[in-house]
Design a protein around this ligand. Sequence first.
Ligand code: ADP
Length: 381
Amino acid sequence: MALFKRVVPLPEAIAVIRGALETIDGPPLPLDLEELSASLSRRASAMSAAAANPSPQAMIDAFPEPAALIEPGCRFLAANSALDDLLAVRTVGRTVLQATRSDKLSEFTSRALTGCADRCEVTLPAQDNKIVGAMAAPLPGGRALLVLRDLTAQKRAEAVRGDFIANASHELRTPVSAISGAAETLLGMEADDNARPFLEMIARQAARLSRLTSDLLDLSRMESGQWPVELGSQNAVAVCESALQFVKERADAKGIHLGADVPERLKVCCDARALEQILVNLLDNAIKYTPENGRVTLLADAAGPHVMISVLDTGPGVEVRHQRRIFERFYRVDRGRARADGGSGLGLAIVKHLAQVQGGEVGVESGRGGSRFWLKLPSAP
Ligand code: ADP
């Protein structure tokens, strides 16, 4: 204060300090300089305490996504405006169930309050059936952090795309089988030698188109839940034998030795039809990409709480840079070769989807000596 008295006239000093203080939120400033100084130091210490220990509301306001702090009783303790906007309700003080009318989101958040971090997708009846992705994580003091993301537009776009693919492939099936049938009939007749190569080409391409449309239809049905899986305890040997039987003719035609080693009493928790489809796709690829007179082997064994099933081949292998991507739709290592082999480019995408809906995982390990495609599924008692 002495410095101010000497250098700056007192009223101007007060004006400068008031100007600075007015930029800080709080009650109106006192006129008296002594009180002003005391008020200044009180606010300064309140501000440093707040910076060291921010309020729940200040913390949640710092989140860029819709977020809230949940307290015991599954009640909103603090929420940022993005979350209130998403739910179109003032949430603080309400329970998750009162704000959303979603039992699923309420139970999910309660689990986070008891210490389980998790993610889920949920439809909110009180918010025009908005679809949200929720992430909840436990916090010290029995609280939880809830972060939501609006997925409605993305899900609707996916549903429209899925319907379009399903309808288009369904519509294509009839003309494709008519072309295929006509080409086969003409080939069975005494076609002249000039026409035969063209007829063979039509029959080959129609068969390819037919496989593509049926794989597309299968995949879109799976993704839209119209291909529901029924999980139950299945005998691994029975499913493996049926898949091997399905591909045997193709293996024989290429002189490929088809082997298997599956323990008699191995039980796997799966949908038998879905597991058979996975194995047929993996075995079919192994036979397709392995040169003549090679080996394809199906192995299965218990691995802790899981069953590990592998398809090994002596083919060209898959380079590390392609290994993660070959499970994407239409991703092919060698486009020309895969097309010539008649593949749809969807076989591994179907495998991955079916493994995931049965609570499993798939992967590949590969080197110069061949590939090992593996599938991990829960074992059954
Ligand atoms: P495709 O119909 O082209 O076989 P997939 O989805 O079944 O489609 O496989 C994707 C790609 O992965 C194939 O084009 C091929 O490049 C590669 N691939 C799959 N299985 C094998 C295998 N056993 N050996 C070598 N490459 C494979």
